[in-house]
Design a protein around this ligand. Structure first.
Ligand code: SF4
Length: 260
């Protein structure tokens, strides 16, 4: 189903090499076809990821800030503290002192800085949108993204996580796992250039929130379980059948670069 939805913005683009060699097809694949093939392969292997694990959009935002530079298990402990303290609402987070907030989120690491970031977001939401998340998320995607990026402590990955997972905006979230997997599969030059990688997905996939939501979550799963920084476990990774593509000559990567 999804293969037919692949965008035809650049139908003649190829990503070079022959990633289909091990999956039975014969012609070189376009970038959209390849991305969709990866997505469908992961979906079949791993099933629905059901992200983001949160009870409310506000909690998604809190989690997106807390997950910076730490593992999700640490975030879960911090969020459990916030829940116990009834602090995962805008009003409660406005009222609590930064010091107390920092103590509650201590398990997530960098807790003093993150308390300041959470406070900065609450001020932004109150000042610019009267404290209303629905109002905030009615802002056009590009405009809201720029405004979020002006808030202390919100970088690209955090802004895109907020847009996609809390607001349902069609923006692709890129992280270290995404960079590593694309680089190893010859789909990027290995430089962790956030905007170029985001463009790769957004220009070549349908603007589909569910697809972006699921695809990012699947890549995270692969990154955590197989695509380790050292000694990737390609032999039993769901993307293992495509890894031969990574051995293509560097010059083929220029084709990918040329379409970005
Ligand atoms: S573990 Fe190997 S096959 Fe899996 S994503 Fe990483 S490089 Fe690709």
């Amino acid at each position: 189903m999804l293969a037919s939805q692949a965008t035809s913005a650049n139908p003649n683009d190829t990503i070079g090499g022959d990633p289909t060699a091990k999956v039975g097809a014969s012609a070189p694949m376009t970038v959209p076809e390849t991305l969709i093939l990866y997505f469908e392969t992961l979906s079949r292997s791993l099933g629905p990821m059901r992200w983001w694990p949160a009870r409310t959009p506000f909690e998604v935002i809190v989690g997106a800030i807390l997950t910076q530079n730490t593992s999700w298990s640490n975030v879960e402990r911090a969020i459990a503290n916030l829940r116990r303290g009834n602090v995962i609402t805008l009003r409660a987070m406005e009222r609590i002192s930064a010091q107390r907030l920092a103590q509650l989120i201590r398990p997530s690491g960098y807790f003093r800085q993150k308390a300041k970031k959470l406070k900065a977001f609450t001020r932004f939401l109150r000042r610019d949108f009267g404290g209303s998340l629905p109002r905030m998320f009615r802002t056009p995607t590009g405009v809201l993204r720029e405004r979020l990026l002006q808030v202390h402590g919100i970088g690209r990955e955090t802004a895109d996580s907020i847009l996609l997972y809390a607001g349902g905006h069609p923006t692709f979230v890129v992280d270290a796992y995404t960079h590593r997997i694309l680089a190893r599969h010859g789909l990027s030059d290995g430089k962790p250039d956030y905007e170029r990688v985001r463009a790769l997905f957004e220009r070549h996939l349908p603007q589909d929130v569910k697809l972006y939501n699921e695809f990012h979550a699947l890549l995270v799963n692969v990154g955590k379980n197989w695509c380790r920084p050292r000694e990737p476990r390609c032999h039993n990774c769901p993307l293992g059948p495509f890894i031969a593509f990574a051995a293509q000559p560097k010059s083929r990567l220029a084709e990918v670069e040329s379409i970005l």
